[in-house]
Every structure is written in C-alpha cells, then in structure tokens.
Design a protein around this ligand. Structure first.
Ligand code: BEZ
Length: 181
C-alpha cells in the first residue's frame, strides 16, 4: 500500500498575546505540519468555507460535541482546515464557541492543493477552496481517508456524509472492536 503523508507546509496563524497592548492583542505565529501532526493520531477534516451553512450547522459542531468519543477511540486531536485566512478562522471559532476542535487556516490553499483536494468554487464566487474530506492521520501518515463523492470544480451540489463525524467515529469504533476480538 502506498504511504500517503500530509504535506510539509507552514500555516500562518494568529494567536492571542496578553503582552500586546490595545484592543487587538494578537500576533502572527507560524505553525508547521510537524507542529500539528508529529507524534499524534488525529482526525483532520476539510470543508469549503468557514461560516457556510452545512459546515457551521452540522459538521463542525458535531465534531465538537463528539470530541470525547473520538478521544476514547484513540484520537489525540481534531483539526478542521479550510482555505480561509487566520482572521476568518479565528472569528468562526469564536462564533462557534469552540473548545475542542482546532481550526487550521490554509489561507493560500497550499496544504489543500498538495493534498490534491483544491477545487474551483467560482460558481459560488469562492475562488479555489477545499473539496470536503476527512482523514485519520497518524504521525503525519494518512491512515484512513473519507472523501465525499463527485470531486470536481464548480460542483452544483455539496455532498456531505462520508466525511461526517458520525461516519468517521463509526469506522474508528469498528477498528477498536476488531482489535479487541
Ligand atoms: C455549506 O456548508 O452548506 C456550503 C458550503 C459551500 C458552499 C455553499 C454551502
């Protein structure tokens, strides 16, 4: 089987820093793929855009709610990535009241492109975005892959199901049962 690794990229994040005076105490912090993926077994999911309806109503909040079950299934962290900049991703995290899922800003789309998941969404005025997918990534190596059907540019629909938290959790739980047998 081909070993598929997540690409090495640098993400430009914005983090709160109380040493900064004024009403906007944030600074840039570069984080690499190694920072997120080395030595951890994580769930990564990627979606077309922050604040979009399915992502904001189902996918992200459901991953957030099921976090403890993912931990029990052997997952160290859950990451949500989107081709959006750090300002947008932080605002989305705040609006969602996130405590568990970490948002990764792939503003330039470099990670998504190197994963082979970058698609045009010009039909929605979005430019280049991510196709919806999920993955279990163990120490940077893709262990399980959950890609929505119909990968294409300017897709008329927005398939959602294969990369839902429920589907991914079920696969992880099945593995646990099989391991124990
Ligand atoms: C949604 O999450 O519902 C959505 C995503 C991309 C475009 C339009 C809607």
């Amino acid at each position: 089987m081909t070993v598929r690794k997540v690409p090495d990229v640098t993400f430009r994040t914005r983090v709160r820093d109380e040493t900064i005076e004024g009403s906007n105490p944030f600074r840039w912090e570069d984080k690499t793929s190694a920072d997120y993926f080395a030595g951890k077994r994580v769930v990564l999911f990627s979606l077309p855009g922050a604040f979009t309806p399915t992502c904001s109503t189902y996918q992200l909040p459901d991953f957030e709610k099921l976090y403890d079950e993912f931990k029990a299934a052997g997952i160290d962290a859950i990451y949500c990535i989107s081709v959006n900049d750090a300002f947008v991703m932080n605002a989305w995290g705040k609006a969602q009241g996130l405590k568990n899922v970490e948002l990764i800003p792939d503003g330039s789309g470099e990670f998504t492109r190197k994963m082979g998941m970058l698609v045009a969404k010009d039909n929605l005025g979005f430019g280049m975005r991510s196709w919806r997918y999920g993955a279990v990534v163990n120490d940077g190596v893709v262990e399980k892959w959950f890609e929505e059907e119909g990968f294409s540019d300017n897709c008329d629909s927005d398939p959602y199901g294969v990369s839902s938290p429920q589907t991914i959790l079920e696969a992880l739980k099945k593995d646990k049962v099989a391991e124990a047998a």
